[in-house]
Design a protein around this ligand. Structure first.
Ligand SMILES: NC(=O)C1=CN([C@@H]2O[C@H](COP(=O)(O)OP(=O)(O)OC[C@H]3O[C@@H](n4cnc5c(N)ncnc54)[C@H](O)[C@@H]3O)[C@@H](O)[C@H]2O)[C@H](O)CC1
Ligand SMILES: [K+]
Length: 492
């Protein structure tokens, strides 16, 4: 993302509603709101000039609100710098900053329908931003269609018109921008999919709202080391291997031991002092032929598990990858939950509770120490009501599930959302597309389990785990498989 001033917090996510409150607080503190609009418009003009030096005609689409006001300012500045600027749209409501911006740059405002694409056009989409509250009209949908058909590049002001800044979902027809210029703070819709794609390259610009006012109770961030660096496991040269955590990964039967090995390898490479695979009857030889640094412990039934769990050095558990037996997954989870130690449930560990959600909600009381790592389908099986509520953003859904299960949710996807029962949420936006490969989730579960075993609190371990996973994928490169991925992990 490009930026103008380092003073801006690039990781804070602010809902459009909270942004409105920040604007209000800025106005109440005596800051000239028209001055903010002038700076906003100037940033838009600058992005157009620097990224489209060959522009023949700037097509400024102006809406009735302040988003349109930013467009009028940008148009005036582009015209003053010698670019042909043509405005299409609606007259602003009288009396506000947008009307003032319109007066400051008088001249024609043509009906939207009149725009006919020409070679060399660049659209400045200043129709709707934070104030979008319903799907765009059919006439605007037709114009979006025309722009897309002509391949006209679009610079969106604040948000591509039609995109919800709260959810990242289009409310109907929506521009797909090549650049989006936003102000003061990122909104969730800039990072949540498909919003992230529809925004194109992001430009977060400082328009002079003081940092002390850009605060929010929304407790949402872009996933970033600032969220977890202070909780990273201690690395003391004299530390004993048990002091660096002992992760247990439960293996599936003989036919399905690979997933547990991926998790265990990832766990070891993420810094756990010891990793042991708990193997069911019959899987020992298969596992032994593939493992060196990772240990094995036979666990045939609940009684054997119970005896083993009395070893207090076993500090975290991953259950689910390739596990298979759903009934056993539930009973084993209940046993490890009773130890009070942290647990990652993934894959079959999640499916096992799809029909027993009430049981899962009861198992992990107290400080959050359960991490659930569902992809979309697993999330839907666990929380169908949340998944099917179109009013909820992915952040809302993750938070709802976190509170229901008293768990840290790692709701996976191109826009993985990490949410804690206390409401904190982070959106990961840095993972490369090739991370979506078989076994990738097993690796992630192992990384998070490892960080838990080393004493990181659950939310921080999940945020850090998601970041380490993405970084490993970037190092492993396009065309990697999950084994390469596990091999490219660098501990925190
Ligand atoms: N600090 C900042 O971030 C600043 C942001 N600025 C810009 O202001 C807009 C937000 O302005 P606002 O007037 O609140 O909202 P909009 O311009 O997005 O639109 C409001 C206007 O449009 C009507 N409306 C909403 N949806 C539709 C629709 N689908 N069809 C028709 N009409 C619709 C709504 O009822 C209102 O009348 C922000 O995005 C920034 O670009 C400031 O310039 C500087 C400070
Ligand atoms: K816009």
């Amino acid at each position: 993302m490009s930026r103008t001033l380092m003073a801006i917090d690039e990781t804070l996510l602010v809902s459009p509603r909270t942004m409105g409150k920040i604007d209000q607080a800025a106005a109440e503190s005596g800051i000239d709101s028209f001055g903010l609009m002038q700076k906003a418009g100037a940033h838009v003009a600058a992005v157009l000039l620097s990224h489209f030096p060959e522009v023949q005609r700037a097509v400024i689409l102006c809406g009735p609100g302040n988003n349109g006001g930013d467009g009028h300012v940008a148009g005036g500045l582009l015209a003053a710098s010698g670019v042909e600027a043509v405005r299409f749209g609606m007259e602003p409501k009288p009396g506000g900053d947008a009307a003032r911006a319109r007066q400051a740059y008088p001249g024609k405002l043509l009906p939207l329908e009149d725009w006919q694409p020409r070679d060399g056009d660049v659209i400045v989409d200043a129709l709707f931003g934070a104030g979008l509250d319903r799907p765009v009209a059919a006439s605007i949908a037709a114009l979006i269609e025309r722009a897309q058909h002509a391949g006209t590049p679009v610079i969106a002001v604040d948000l591509p018109s039609g995109l919800s800044g709260r959810t990242g979902e289009p409310t109907g027809a929506c521009f797909a921008a090549s650049h989006t210029v936003t102000f003061a703070a990122l909104k969730p819709g800039h990072l949540l999919m498909p919003g992230r794609t529809l925004c194109g390259q992001m430009h977060l610009c400082d328009i002079g709202i003081p940092a002390r006012l850009i605060r929010s109770d929304d407790a949402m961030w872009k996933n970033d080391p600032g969220l977890y660096a202070s909780k990273r496991p201690l690395t003391d040269a004299g530390q004993h291997k048990y002091g660096r955590g002992h992760l247990v990964v439960f293996s599936g039967p003989l036919s399905a031991t690979g997933a547990a090995r991926l998790s265990a390898t990832a766990g070891l490479n993420s810094g756990a002092g010891l990793v042991t695979i708990a193997n069911p009857p019959g899987a020992t030889l298969a596992l032994a032929s593939h493992l060196t640094a990772i240990m094995q412990h036979p666990v045939r039934d609940e009684a054997e598990l119970e005896t083993w769990l009395s070893d207090k050095r076993l500090s975290a558990f991953v259950l689910g990858p390739g596990f298979g037996d759903l009934e056993k997954a539930r009973s084993y989870t209940a046993r490890v939950a009773a130890t009070g130690r942290p647990v990652v449930l993934d894959a079959d560990g999640l499916t096992a509770f799809a029909s027993e959600t009430d049981l899962l909600a009861k198992l992990f009381a107290g400080e959050a120490r359960l991490v659930l790592t569902p992809h979309e389908g697993e999330f839907r099986r666990l929380c169908g009501d949340l998944a099917d509520d179109p009013s909820l953003s992915k952040i809302d859904r993750a938070r709802g599930a976190a509170s229901r299960f008293n768990a840290v949710m790692v709701y996976k996807g191109a826009d993985t959302v990490i949410a804690a029962p206390d409401g904190r949420a982070a959106v990961n936006a840095d993972a490369p597309a090739w991370l979506a490969t078989a076994g990738s989730g097993d690796v992630l579960a192992g990384i998070i389990g490892s960080l838990l075993s080393q004493g990181m609190p659950a939310f921080e371990a999940a945020c850090a785990g998601v970041a380490l996973h993405g970084e490993a994928a970037i190092r492993a490169g396009r065309g990697m498989n999950a084994e390469d991925l596990a091999g490219h992990i660098e501990p925190l």
